[in-house]
Design a protein around this ligand. Structure first.
Ligand SMILES: Nc1nc2c(c(=O)[nH]1)N[C@H]1C(S)=C(S)[C@@H](COP(=O)(O)O)O[C@H]1N2
Ligand SMILES: [Mo]
Length: 335
């Protein structure tokens, strides 16, 4: 029965599920507020479980194949690694897997496998004979079966969440899937290839739209900001920062005329924000009543509530108004 059914439709469904899983995964990294974060992480989980759900059918197709090319094998291995790491992350909360001096979190394995997997996936799909769906493939029966499959996936996801809340103990989990860390355990986190610079706080100045400010002057203007730093490597921490609001440091007229705010680190790491964010960006010099550490952005780092950690530029050197729209940038920093 499964043997007869496995074919075009299985491949088409798997294609859509993998594309959906990848797209929702990318989106999940950009959502920083609870509602979009919930939507994207739930969709991501359901797509992933859908891939697992199709294993019995796809394995019939694989067994039927005369020869499995390298791209095919790599894709199988990468999808399995990706799924296992994703589920480990979900069940385990924030943790590190140590391989000598190299330490990675399950989510980093998950993302790494997915990124390499995209290449294997494209290769596999493009070198295959086109499999067009026929009009009879989209029957009422097929729609019904897809609906039942979808409901099954939803139920499996809810069950998995239940198991995860048990295995994660009191670690706590937020909408993005990140596990909780204490405010005084915030790790020095590098996005990809950046480095911790050596800076002299006594001569340090931040250029805010032409105004030169010292860390001390920023501290004098600071207000407490309670915010959640939620890193895509799978952890979050609620902390009270002390920072000066970016909007308060700028000329109101210039602010009204600009389209975006570009915030650059001494290391060159840059993020561009929509001008409407000016009231909710903070140049922080302190966290939890203490000066920042070198690794977490001293002397001045950005606090951007409601945005994922990679937006929280550390070692801020400059804050500039710009006519360029905020979307005109790489969705993720390249460094
Ligand atoms: N200049 C610079 N800023 C950066 C990063 C970086 O690599 N370089 N990493 C970002 C990421 S991915 C996160 S999660 C937060 C982490 O802040 P923390 O080091 O205080 O934990 O800083 C962000 N700011
Ligand atoms: Mo991060």
């Amino acid at each position: 029965m499964a043997r007869r059914r496995a074919g075009r439709k299985t491949n088409a469904a798997l294609f859509l599920l993998l594309v959906g899983a990848f797209a929702s995964g990318v989106l999940a990294f950009t959502a920083g507020t609870p509602v979009p974060a919930t939507f994207t992480t739930v969709a991501h989980g359901v797509f992933g479980l859908g891939v697992i759900g199709l294993v019995p059918w796809k394995s019939v197709i694989i067994r039927r194949a005369r020869r499995i090319p390298f791209a095919g094998w790599s894709l199988i291995v990468l999808v399995v690694v990706c799924l296992v790491a994703g589920i480990v992350q979900m069940l385990g909360g924030y943790g590190w897997l140590g391989v000598g001096p190299i330490r990675v979190s399950p989510i980093q394995v998950h993302v790494g496998a997915a990124l390499i997997g995209v290449v294997a996936f494209a290769w596999h799909v493009l070198r295959r004979r086109r499999q067009r769906l026929r009009p009879t493939d989209v029957s009422r029966r097929a729609v019904l079966r897809t609906g039942v499959f979808g409901l099954g996936l939803g139920a499996a996801y809810v069950a998995l969440l239940g198991v995860a809340s048990g295995t994660r103990g009191d670690k706590g989990r937020v909408e993005t899937g990140s596990g909780r860390l204490d405010a005084d355990a915030i790790p020095a986190t590098i996005w990809l290839f950046d480095h911790i610079p050596t800076l002299d706080a006594t001569t340090y100045r931040v250029d805010v739209a032409g105004r030169s400010l010292s860390p001390g002057e920023l501290t004098d203007l600071a207000q407490p900001v309670r915010a959640r730093l939620d890193c895509t490597s799978g952890w979050y921490a609620e902390a009270t920062w002390e920072g000066a609001r970016v909007a308060d440091l700028m000329d109101a007229g210039a602010l009204a005329a600009a389209r975006s705010i570009e915030i650059t680190s001494t290391t060159g790491y840059t993020r561009r924000f929509p001008i409407t964010d000016a009231g909710s960006l903070w140049l922080a010099t302190r966290c939890e009543g203490r000066a920042l550490s070198a690794g977490t952005g001293a002397p001045v780092r950005l606090v951007a509530p409601g945005r994922r950690g990679f937006w929280w530029v550390k070692w801020v050197a400059s804050v500039q108004l710009s006519d360029v729209p905020a979307w005109a940038q790489s969705p993720f920093p390249p460094q």
